[in-house]
Write a protein that binds this ligand. Structure first.
Ligand SMILES: [Zn+2]
Length: 68
């Protein structure tokens, strides 16, 4: 990781990061704040992430993260 490079692009990165957060924490249909759930699997090596809109009764994503 190049620290100087990160600093140089700090503003751009921050803006993109905020847009990323916005897009992933609000419902695409009604813009309600999504409820995030993190569920550990039985093996405890993966975390399942779900984003759920209580207004639309919509589950917008489910991801699995593997813990190393
Ligand atoms: Zn919604």
């Amino acid at each position: 990781m190049e620290f100087g490079k990160v600093q140089y692009f700090e503003r751009v990165e921050t803006k993109h990061y905020r847009e990323f957060i916005q897009a992933h924490n609000n419902c695409i249909l009604c813009s309600s704040v999504l409820e995030l759930r993190h569920i550990r699997t039985d093996e405890a090596l993966e975390i399942k992430e779900e984003a759920y809109c209580p207004q639309c009764d919509l589950r917008t994503r489910a991801k699995n993260y593997t813990m190393n």
